[in-house]
Ligand binder design. Structure first.
Ligand code: RM4
Ligand code: MN
Ligand code: MN
Length: 430
């Protein structure tokens, strides 16, 4: 089935009953912003243009190392995942892109898959390679590394897989490859810490060489897990070193959950931007480690501060600044559609708050070293309830003002539970 998976009538009926209150709240917020010299409609237009891609792998229930609790009606293949992503975009209108993961999303007909997505009003965003798991038909194991493996044939296999991903990406209209490896060690002394990075950069350069001229490769760092003593690309420093050695088409991707607790991620964003190497984001949240919690569920303020740097970067662009935004979460106890709608709203909300920061006032206060004024200028934007702007943007684009109410009223998941085959138990992705 293609088109709009949720009844358009249901969306319009719900919007009709919610629009009067929304008009009132939007007008009140508009007056408030006007007193600050901000035109609310201009912010709403920015929100309409804002998009964040959803991960195909996030459409299913994730799991932990301990268990996975499947959800009746969760998707079992990329076609069903696309249908769920279509629901998310239909109701929320801020997630036009889907980021696929291979080989999880492999099909025979990629041109057909691209058309299938287009029929849902979706496009494919960055393709993700997977050399952190062994596949049934695989010759070399990745148990002790992939692109940084000590075994040449293993590195070669990982290179070829990444090149295959580029080939698939070309067919589905993607222009970005995200490379995250689980490579690293679990014991001191297990590998030489310097030479493993040499091997990684050397192998990755062969993938880089296969990039079409208009493509970007994004290196994603992660502090730990699955390697618990050292990871080859553990931090933004290693990622930046590799990206700089590889060339202009290689940039760094920041997954918010891949840092030690309390690390100043917004400063990392500013640093990578300064180096012209800020490639993209994986949005999620964490309390302890790479928890893959819903974006902004733990620390929405940090998400706002990240967007504050991004708006700053947009106003002072360095060479090739064109970051791609993606969600990367694992939903263990919620319906993934609800979680991604909620996250997309939170992300767009942090973006909107960052857009309304009074930049002139902020930079004047910074130059005057007026600490409290600088802080309060930023805080004034963060404290603004931008909900009516987001809801109005959704309404005007045919999305749902009350996306949660409409989604639940549609009984979409219950219907899918009848149609789709059940997913087995077992550990999910982490
Ligand atoms: C990793 C990392 C990657 C994602 C996998 C599934 O922790 O965040 O981006 O592709 O998980
Ligand atoms: Mn990630
Ligand atoms: Mn992760």
């Amino acid at each position: 089935m293609t088109g709009s998976p949720i009844s358009i009538d249901l969306v319009s009926q719900s919007n009709a009953s919610a629009s009067e209150v929304l008009e009132d709240e939007y007008a009140a917020l508009g007056r408030k912003l006007e007193r600050r010299g901000i035109a609310i409609d201009a912010i709403k237009d920015r929100v309409k243009d804002f998009g964040v891609a959803v991960p195909s792998w996030g459409a299913g229930r994730g799991g932990t190392r301990f268990a996975k609790f499947p959800l009746a009606g969760e998707p079992t293949n990329i076609h069903e995942k696309l249908e769920d992503c279509a629901v998310i975009h239909q109701l929320g209108k801020s997630t036009p892109g889907v980021s696929p993961h291979f080989p999880w999303d492999c099909v025979d007909d990629y041109a057909g898959l691209r058309e299938e997505a287009a029929a849902y009003d979706l496009v494919f965003d960055a393709v993700n390679s997977n050399t952190f798991q062994d596949q049934p038909d695989q010759v070399q194991t990745y148990a002790t590394g992939s692109l940084s493996s000590t075994v040449e044939a293993t590195r070669q296999q990982a290179i070829e897989h990444n090149i295959d991903c580029i080939e698939i990406g070309k067919k589905i209209g993607s222009k970005r490859l995200t490379v995250w490896v689980g490579d690293g060690t679990n014991f001191p002394g297990q590998q030489d810490l310097g030479r493993s990075l040499d091997r990684y950069i050397d192998a990755t350069s062969h993938v880089y060489d296969a990039l079409p001229a208009d493509w970007t490769m994004m290196l994603e760092h992660k502090m730990f897990e699955p390697a618990f003593y050292s990871s080859v690309i553990a931090d933004w420093g290693s990622s930046l070193m590799a990206a700089q050695e590889l060339g202009d088409q290689c940039k760094c991707l920041v997954d918010l959950g891949h840092h030690a607790p309390n690390v100043n991620i917004e400063q990392i964003v500013a640093r990578l931007h300064r180096a012209g190497k800020l490639g993209g984001f994986h949005f999620n949240d964490s309390k302890y480690g790479d928890d893959d919690l819903d974006s902004g569920s733990i620390n929405p303020h940090q998400l706002f501060l990240v967007f504050n740097e991004l708006i700053e970067a947009e106003r002072n662009p360095r060479e090739g600044f064109d970051p791609s935004y993606m969600i990367d979460q694992s939903h263990n106890v919620t319906d993934p559609i609800e979680s991604m709608l909620s996250s997309a709203e939170t992300i767009a909300g942090c973006f909107a708050r960052a857009v309304i920061v009074d930049r002139e006032a902020l930079s004047a206060a910074q130059n005057d070293n007026d600490v409290m004024l600088a802080f309060r200028t930023l805080r004034a934007a963060y404290d603004t309830d931008v909900g009516p702007i987001l809801a109005k943007a959704r309404e005007e684009q045919g999305g749902a003002i009350d996306w949660l109410g409409v989604y639940r009223a549609s009984k979409y998941r219950e219907r899918k539970a009848q149609e789709r085959k059940a997913v087995g138990l077992g550990a999910g992705i982490v």
